[in-house]
Design a protein around this ligand. Structure first.
Ligand SMILES: Cc1cc2nc3c(=O)[nH]c(=O)nc-3n(C[C@H](O)[C@H](O)[C@H](O)COP(=O)(O)OP(=O)(O)OC[C@H]3O[C@@H](n4cnc5c(N)ncnc54)[C@H](O)[C@@H]3O)c2cc1C
Length: 416
């Protein structure tokens, strides 16, 4: 079924009785050409592009819970392409371009809202660093604008500009950045993949990998063994657990990242704002809730809830940036398992085990990467070679010292 305004109108006038299931609920088959582990954004996007761009449909996406139950449904929905390094920036710009056409492409309303992101700077040195990043963005074809204090005041007059410790001196603005409704992304890709014949199998945890003579030939699951030619891991915070099944250790640690949402308020913050001296960023959802977050909890964990010291740290950041936020009541908070790579950049690559592929290490920022990650992983799986935009995301870069060290150039390099 193709969605359209006419469809919504006719369904509305006829009691909404004609809507069909958005994806099937198939039993796993004994064998597939490709098995994708993880029904998050990246796994579903990979399946979608494999089917759409390469005509491959004998594919299963195996999800241990329900699709959208992982980080794709837990993140703070920010998309942007404001990176610095040549290995990263063009990839995130590719992702931004895919976001710009995604709703028409997969025929699903994902509420893509290009409301802009503003990274605040608070010192002259930080201004220099942000100018450099803005120039790198322009060179890759992205948009970037430096604002002085008056420019920021005209957008967000209520910020704490003259704070004695952290005066706001200006900001780096990317207007094409914004937010996308996160779980709709999972649903849109799932629907598009299912329509093209991909089996999306929920409640199907992968419990082991079948490896014969150094070749991965299948997976063990809670619903039986499945044979396949290619296994594509795409499990974000569970990456180490899956790769350990093949005896591989990754340059990745799993941490929990928390997010918060307040009661609904009248429109206050039009875009996304990041504080430049503490871990705090904020936007406002279409329902009016202030959505904000900060840094990861510092210890390794597979839990999906965090602890109070980080809550305190995030709230301190919020109070420094916009003291009136102290009047808002927090309604909900939650956490997700992040796959933190050692240089802050992702991995999309083959592994030393033939037939076993890996996608992970997305750190704080994998949601914005979802379309490009799926696009490039599908290319790797279909063609056996990395996509030209993702050649730097090699697994062996840590062995050879070719790190893509983006972690020191974010909004708060001094805090990483
Ligand atoms: C609080 C928070 C805020 C964030 N904010 C942003 C943001 O604003 N912008 C941004 O770009 N990024 C953000 N991120 C990061 C982003 O959400 C992740 O990097 C990205 O979603 C990870 O990819 P994914 O969607 O495929 O992961 P997931 O949705 O986590 O998908 C992985 C799936 O694998 C499944 N799985 C695990 N083990 C198995 C197994 N053994 N068998 C079968 N299935 C398995 C899991 O159940 C899960 O559904 C945030 C993350 C969090 C937690």
């Amino acid at each position: 079924m193709r969605y359209s305004a006419l469809k919504v109108l006719t369904q509305g006038l006829t009691g909404n009785k004609g809507w069909k299931r958005v994806w099937r609920d198939p039993e796993p088959k004994a064998e597939y050409d490709i098995v994708i582990i993880g029904g998050g954004g990246h796994g579903l996007a990979t399946a979608y592009y494999l089917a759409k761009a390469y005509g491959l449909s004998n594919i299963a996406v195996l999800e241990k819970g329900w699709i959208g139950g992982g980080n794709v449904g837990r993140n703070t929905t920010i998309i942007r392409s404001n990176y610095l390094l040549p290995g990263n920036q063009p990839f995130y710009e590719l992702s931004m371009k895919l976001w710009e056409g995604i709703e028409q492409d997969f025929n699903y309303n994902a509420m893509v809202s290009q409301r802009g992101i503003l990274n605040l700077f608070h010192s002259d040195a930080q201004r220099d660093a942000f100018s450099r990043r803005g120039n790198a963005m322009l060179l890759s074809g992205a948009d970037a604008e430096m604002l002085d204090q008056n420019g920021v005041r005209s957008m967000y007059p209520f910020l704490n500009f003259d704070d004695a410790r952290f005066p706001i001196k200006g900001g780096l603005l990317q207007k094409r950045a914004g937010t996308v409704r996160h779980d709709a992304v999972a649903w849109g890709f799932a629907r598009g993949a299912d329509m093209r014949g991909v089996d999306i199998i929920q409640n199907c945890e992968v419990t082991g990998l079948a490896i014969e003579n150094g070749v991965c030939v299948g997976v063990e699951t809670a619903r039986g063994a499945i044979k396949t030619k290619k296994v594509a891991s795409c499990v974000a915070g569970a990456s180490n657990r899956i790769m350990a099944m093949a005896g591989l250790r990754l340059p990745i640690e799993t941490h929990v990242l928390q997010a918060f949402v307040t009661e609904g308020l009248k429109p206050l913050i039009s875009g996304v704002v990041t504080f430049g001296v503490g871990h705090f960023y904020i936007s406002q959802s279409d329902k009016g809730g202030l959505v904000f977050g900060g840094n990861i909890d510092g210890y390794n964990t597979y839990a999906q809830r965090g602890n109070l010291p980080v809550v305190e740290d995030v709230c301190e950041g919020g109070m420094s940036l916009m003291p009136m936020i102290g009047r808002a009541r927090v309604l909900r908070m939650w956490g997700g398992q992040l796959d933190m790579s050692m240089d802050g950049s992702p991995i999309i690559d083959k592994t030393p085990v033939e037939g076993l592929y890996f996608n992970g290490g997305w750190c704080y920022g994998g949601f914005k990467a979802t379309p490009a990650s799926g696009w490039c992983y599908a290319h790797l799986l279909a063609k056996g070679a990395p996509h030209p935009t993702a050649t730097a995301f090699r697994l062996d870069r840590f062995k050879h010292g070719k790190m893509l060290d983006e972690k020191g150039v974010g909004a708060q390099p001094n805090l990483q």
